[in-house]
Design a protein around this ligand. Structure first.
Ligand SMILES: Cc1cc2nc3c(=O)[nH]c(=O)nc-3n(C[C@H](O)[C@H](O)[C@H](O)COP(=O)(O)OP(=O)(O)OC[C@H]3O[C@@H](n4cnc5c(N)ncnc54)[C@H](O)[C@@H]3O)c2cc1C
Length: 396
């Protein structure tokens, strides 16, 4: 593992930082970009869309995409450096993230030339916002159990069924989805990966699902005899599972939540301000020990992330670190939020800034939002199954 950045990489960091300082509109800065990755309303969505367009025009959107599709063909470390700087600037997740990080790279691998030409350029420029139609009421961890049907009739597929937890469907122009095209085949066969070009097509209904922090993050999406051209199939008919797995691999890479070390450092500052039992919280040994334990775990996660990166840079396939980081990162986030509520007491459930804890809303949000990362992109139990079976060799 090499811990040092080369002078070229440091120069690249300087260039990114300078560009962000000059161009990022401060009014768009947010505290927890991952939680707020779906804009809370259309006005903010449009501002973020304009921001994505600005990034795209300067060549910063889809950094690692090949040049022929509008990217910069940046290498992995440049992408990492860019992400570090981007989050340091507290810039929001782009409205087109689902297209940029999930659908676009999948299409590059599986799509026809015609599909690539039609869809890829519009992703980076935020002309098309995509959402992901995988989960269903009876198919989440067991995704291959999905029941939505797509029946081939002449030159069209006719889609019927329901998706759920569809992030950002309320703003999306298009959806990539999985549907059963051969109901008689075994579970993992007979699934196809399809594109619905227009979320406003007749027969599509999007119903909001409001999360406990009041945010309209995801939706139910119903399909009632929705017609799409045969050419909207990505990859081979009935072999969509392989295409779906490509998207999932890109998704695992970005799941888990983040910013834990910065949160722990902020809690250490707050521990000196708030009191527990009539004394500054910091004076209690258990408070200091808990903070130290969290920071140690953050460091361990950091080195695991670097180990994973080193593997990829050496051209090796992704190792078990992906599941480890997803599991440890998301569970750590929940524990930090739980500790914050013990430390801050009533301040952790205030939705408004206070004189003593100006960032109270942030801790309320952490308490309500951190759990999502233990579910999205594969639950903690599923990660434990993967690690148990594939790493430790335990029986199924
Ligand atoms: C914030 C957020 C955004 C999301 N966005 C999208 C999206 O845009 N598009 C989309 O398609 N989906 C999305 N999802 C859905 C997500 O992929 C599913 O929630 C996830 O795969 C889990 O499926 P489920 O909710 O059906 O839970 P289930 O699979 O029903 O699981 C319920 C419980 O049983 C446990 N369990 C299940 N199977 C096993 C097993 N084999 N061994 C041990 N325990 C098990 C689980 O760990 C969990 O605790 C999102 C979810 C969240 C939280």
């Amino acid at each position: 593992m090499d811990f040092e950045y080369t002078p070229e990489q440091e120069a690249f960091r300087g260039k990114v930082r300078a560009w962000l300082t000059e161009n990022f509109p401060p009014e768009l800065a947010i505290d927890d970009p991952m939680d707020d990755r779906i804009a809370p309303n259309r006005q903010i969505l449009e501002k973020r869309r304009a921001w994505q367009q600005k990034l795209a025009a300067a060549g910063w959107a889809g950094l690692s995409w090949p040049k022929e599709y509008g990217g910069r063909a940046a290498n992995l470390l440049e992408q990492v450096i860019f992400d570090e700087e981007y989050f340091r600037a507290r810039a929001p997740i782009l409205p087109g993230y689902s297209g940029i990080s999930l659908f676009g790279p999948t299409l590059m691998q599986w799509g026809t030339e015609e599909q690539k030409k039609a869809y890829l350029p519009r992703i980076l420029t935020a002309d098309d916002i995509w959402c992901q139609g995988y989960s269903e009421p009876g198919a989440g961890s067991d995704l291959a159990g999905l029941q939505t049907r797509a029946e081939l009739q002449g030159d069209y597929f006719i889609i019927n069924g329901q998706k759920v937890w569809t992030s950002g469907a309320q703003y999306a122009d298009k959806i990539f989805l999985l549907a059963r095209t051969d109901p008689d085949a075994p579970k993992h066969k007979g699934i196809s990966y399809l594109i619905v070009d227009d979320m406003h097509s007749p027969g599509i209904e999007v119903r909001p699902l409001i999360t406990m922090n009041g945010h309209h993050h995801f939706n139910e999406v119903f399909f009632d005899n929705v017609r799409i051209p045969k050419g909207n199939l990505v990859g081979p008919l009935n072999e969509g599972w392989k295409v779906a797995v490509t998207t999932l691999a890109f998704e695992r890479g970005i799941a888990g939540g983040g910013g834990h070390a910065a949160q722990v450092r902020r809690l250490a500052e707050l521990a000196r301000r708030v009191e527990i039992g009539g004394r500054p919280a910091w004076d209690h040994e258990w408070v200091r020990q808990e903070l130290a334990r969290f920071l140690i775990e953050c460091e361990a996660a950091k080195y695991t992330r670097l180990r994973s990166l080193t593997r990829l840079l050496k051209g090796l396939p992704p190792g078990p670190e992906g599941s480890t980081l997803k599991l440890v990162g998301s569970e750590l986030g929940v524990r930090i939020a739980g500790f914050a509520s013990e430390l801050l007491g009533a301040y952790a459930i205030m939705g408004e800034p206070t004189a003593l804890v100006p960032d109270a809303p942030r801790w309320q949000n952490r308490l309500l939002s951190s759990r999502q990362y233990t579910i999205a992109g594969g639950t903690s139990e599923i990660q434990r199954n993967i690690l148990g079976e594939r790493q430790l060799g335990l029986p199924k």
